[in-house]
Design a protein around this ligand. Structure first.
Ligand code: 5GP
Length: 188
């Protein structure tokens, strides 16, 4: 039986990373896809663990070779999910999460309508901005660019199968776990 594909999106700073880390700790048999990106690694990030960090030339070559299930340009960088990795993982019956932005989510839903899409909402734009600044991983220009994307992302989030507001991490995690429990048991 094929594994199920989950798409999780949400604005930068919404807390997707923390939520997913907790979800994966509780559900070790779910896999998180590792994307390719042209962005530079942040402190502590490792190649092949957080992302496959590649050059723009390598990324464009992979686009030309039709290697991506989806890809998008986000905040001056390219991000993409390799088709072969998704196909192989699902064929093994393993459930897989793609943590991707909204343009990529749309492409995956068009190609694989059975995928379950979940959008993580911030409680407010102000809270989002405070979180994005508080994590201190980006410079001011990058923060401004990411905040610029927020309205478009929230509008795109309306089309997702599920929306979860990450106001309180325990509640958001419980909601997310609930969706996984329901969808992993009903293979349709
Ligand atoms: P970050 O630079 O903060 O790691 O990621 C920026 C955005 O790119 C996030 O919204 C993240 O979900 C998204 N992203 C990460 N990997 C992929 C991918 O493979 N495809 C797409 N479309 N977006 C991705």
């Amino acid at each position: 039986m094929s594994g199920r594909l989950f798409i999780i999106s949400g604005c930068s700073g919404v807390g997707k990373g923390t939520l997913l880390k907790l979800l994966l700790e509780k559900n070790p048999n779910i896999k998180l896809s590792i994307s390719a990106t042209t962005r530079k690694p942040r402190t502590g990030e490792e190649d092949g663990v957080n992302y496959f960090f590649i050059s723009k030339e390598e990324f464009k070559q992979a686009i030309n070779n039709n290697e991506f299930l989806e890809w998008a340009q986000f905040s001056d960088n390219y991000y993409g999910t390799k088709k072969s990795f998704v196909e192989k993982t699902l064929a093994k019956g393993i459930d897989l999460i793609l943590e991707i932005e909204v343009q990529g989510a749309k492409q995956v839903k068009e190609k694989m309508p059975e995928a379950i899409s979940i959008f993580i909402m911030p409680p407010s734009i102000d809270v989002l901005e405070a979180r994005l600044r508080g994590r201190k991983t980006e410079d001011e220009l990058t923060i401004q660019k990411r905040l610029h994307e927020v309205q478009r992302e929230i509008e795109a989030g309306e089309k997702f199968d599920y929306k979860i507001v990450n106001d309180n991490i325990e509640d958001a995690l419980a909601n997310l776990q609930n969706i996984f429990n329901t969808k992993r048991n009903t293979k349709c």
